[in-house]
Design a protein around this ligand. Structure first.
Ligand code: LLP
Length: 432
């Protein structure tokens, strides 16, 4: 199927009214006029509703909490975004000292933080232990020993989970699949028990949980159930050996609709997994979920201006002022994002490749799109709230765009646009 036929995703917080796109109650064209383009725009309502759907799904009919959401802030770590989630009750999943610093900057409770990542540095481990995080998710035997050494030096105990690589196929893009034995992530399934035994012997280590994450943009429940069953087999064996764990971290990865995907309903998805945990006799364990994309992906758009239209023999190009530097996903994963004119116009739609100004043929944002546009028009690139701004770069010495949060009629600048001088302010020329 060509991308022409892909429908727009269902969105909360962004809609077309009488031919003009709005972010909540604010016309997007007004935002572009006031703050310039390229511009990331988020909807607080969309963030809130996405979080609340998860949170409702984590509580059973009798009001008992069955699971807890730790937002994977790698998807979008702007302070305003993480602060919104913190105020709604979220914990966080972190993968770097930088993300830990962000969580602390919004006064997140240290016990609401899980620290993950395949290559944590000694400094990052020390930072996590000093902050008193709930758990460090360990990805190798070497890292386990490193954590024990650092905890000895700091004279503290290190709460840990082992991240299991369950060797299941999440059937997603190979770059965002993490739970196959050929991936760099987690501890190989057959080595997990042995590693837990070793962890239980280490003097400064407290075994507190088990963890698993199989990939991202997963749109079916089956691979999660496969992974969960394998993880629960391990938990059963741990119980037999007297190694007690308190929580089960099922990772993130639930996909969103960028157009024609139909991801599972959050409540149904959560019920299937949590029922299985209970059926297998582990209903007493705390369950941690680490969603990223499904909380923020459809809560953000990227506004861009059409610079030039360039008709061609094979292709027509619509050259816009956003690029792979603002939204890397199409270049990196051939990802599809819906693209709409901010004001619909009469006129004949032509088929365009929407491309940026960066000097790479891979710098495209959409292929074969039917658009009725003229130079100077604004386009909104949809579903850009996750892995958008956070993956932006300064390639070609391009300042990163501003980020705006809309809340009803209110508009907040949550990150100001970078200015060019700042980009090389920390560089030096050589002395004569
Ligand atoms: N937990 C762990 C251990 C992870 O590695 C990830 C994502 C998550 C949770 C959150 O996954 P999510 O719910 O967002 O799928 N840049 C790629 C996605 C990379 C995902 C990396 N890990 C993209 O733009 O599609």
């Amino acid at each position: 199927m060509t991308s022409k036929a892909i429908p727009l995703p269902h969105l909360v917080g962004f809609e077309e009214r009488n031919g003009s796109w709005y972010a909540e109650d604010v016309p997007m064209a007004d935002l572009a006029n006031e703050f310039g383009t390229p511009l990331y725009v988020y909807s607080r309502k969309a963030l809130t509703e996405a979080y609340q759907a998860y949170d409702r799904a984590c509580v059973d009919a009798s009001g008992k909490r069955r699971a807890r959401v730790h937002y994977a802030m790698k998807a979008n770590s702007n302070l305003a975004v993480i602060d919104c989630f913190k105020k709604l009750g979220a914990g966080f999943d972190l993968v770097s000292g930088g993300e830990l610093a962000r969580a602390l900057a919004v006064n997140a409770e240290s016990q609401s933080l899980v620290f993950a990542g395949v290559g944590k540095s000694a400094a990052e481990i020390a930072q996590a232990l000093e902050a008193g995080v709930k758990c460090i998710n360990v990805e190798s035997i070497a890292e386990l020993h490193q954590i024990n050494r650092i905890a000895t030096k700091l004279n503290c105990r290190a709460p840990i989970s082992l991240r299991v690589n369950p060797d299941v196929d999440a059937q997603t893009h190979p770059y965002i699949s993490t739970g196959l034995k050929g991936n760099k992530f987690g501890i190989a399934y057959h080595e997990v028990l042995k590693t837990y035994r070793e962890a239980a012997q280490l003097p400064q280590i407290d075994v507190v949980g088990i963890d698993c994450h199989i990939g991202s943009q997963i749109t079916t429940t089956a691979p999660y159930l496969d992974a969960l069953n394998k993880v629960l087999d391990l938990v059963e064996n741990l119980r037999k050996e007297g190694i007690v764990i308190h929580h089960l971290d099922l990772g993130g990865g639930l996909g969103i609709s960028y157009g024609d995907e139909i991801p599972p309903d959050i409540t149904e998805f959560t019920n299937i997994l949590l029922d299985r945990v209970a059926e297998r006799g582990f209903g007493h364990l705390d369950v941690v979920l680490e969603p990223g994309r499904s909380l923020v992906g459809n809560a953000g758009v990227l506004l861009t201006k059409v610079e030039y239209l360039k008709p061609g023999i094979e292709k027509n190009f619509c050259i816009v002022d956003a690029a792979m530097t603002e939204l890397m996903r199409p270049a990196l994963y051939e990802a599809h994002h819906g693209i709409v004119p901010v004001k619909t116009k009469p006129g004949k739609a032509l088929t365009y490749d929407v491309v940026g100004p960066v000097c790479e043929s891979g710098d495209w944002l959409g292929r074969d799109r039917q658009l009725a546009v003229e130079e100077g028009d604004l386009l909104a690139i949809l579903s850009a709230g996750a892995y958008g701004f956070v993956m932006a770069s300064n390639y070609n010495t391009r300042p990163k765009p501003a980020e705006i949060m809309v809340d009803g009629k209110n508009v907040y600048v949550i990150r100001k646009r970078e200015n060019t001088k700042d980009l090389f302010a920390s560089e030096n020329t050589l002395p004569e």
